[in-house]
Write a protein that binds this ligand. Sequence first.
Ligand SMILES: C[S@@+](CC[C@H](N)C(=O)[O-])C[C@H]1O[C@@H](n2cnc3c(N)ncnc32)[C@H](O)[C@@H]1O
Length: 305
Amino acid sequence: MENRFGGFGNKAGVGGSGINFGFAKKENLQLTNIEFSEWRDFIYNLTGIYFQENKKYLLENRLQKRVDFLRLDSFKKYMDFLKFNPAKSKELSEFYEVITINETFFFRNQPQLDALVGTIIPEIMNKPENRMKRKFKIWSAASSSGEEAYSVAMMIDDLIKPKYPNVTFEIIGTDINYAVVETARKAIYKEYSIRNTPPYYLKKYFKSDNGTYILDNKIKSMSNFSILNLYDDNAMRKMTEFDVIYCANVLIYFDQQSKIKVVNHLYNSLNRGGYLFIGYSETLHGISKAFKLTSFPKTIGYNKE
Ligand SMILES: C[S@@+](CC[C@H](N)C(=O)[O-])C[C@H]1O[C@@H](n2cnc3c(N)ncnc32)[C@H](O)[C@@H]1O
């Protein structure tokens, strides 16, 4: 999803920064070193996201938007709001929105999609023990606004469904950020999201309307989106029996401990024989030895043997 903050977040300023309310903008607050480490721990304990020392000003800038919007006069009051205010759960979703990075686009990782339709689905479906398999489950964990999940759905509809007419391909997208999940459910996109989409798929599955791209209802109905925090043990334990999981471009925001915890959950969420894919710039080296590294043309996957 395109954003206005150099690739970070997607709606951080919505609702205003004081100026929207017609009074003079206050001086920005400064996050002290002690406050920064309190916020870092708070965010880490909630989400697994670890703000490095050099992200102090970024965090300060983001928190300022919510502090202004709520007309508070300190970062401390904002943290108290998030912890104790009766309206905290609604504000938490705004908070997640300002601290997460939601960059994504359709067909972001074509080799991983090719591995799914060219190798993995036939391999799993052809196993003798899967002769009666009628459901194939794919999870886009940290799906942002849905482009990854819907790219999978388009490829499956186009190339796989005709070969397996009796199998339901269930695609689930989850993210911690409420706003991006809502965007995924609407499935109406801007130019930025479709910029890497092969013309064939653009023509087949989108209707363009006044600068927006509306995804075909058939593809929309193949995917379901919900809110899920990858760092929440209870929520993660409920995610079971997946054949393939895409968890791309989110582990980079976690520290080693939270990566280990999340990847361990993802392992448990997979069926035997299933695969995990992570982002180009990510690795499970030093995170998990449970998977078998498997090569596909131009990409690698992690197999649960
Ligand atoms: C950069 S996007 C990646 C989107 C997509 N997977 C891709 O590769 O294009 C990272 C997403 O991870 C989500 N995220 C960050 N921390 C999370 C957590 N603890 N649980 C679930 N989602 C999280 C963010 O809200 C954001 O939408």
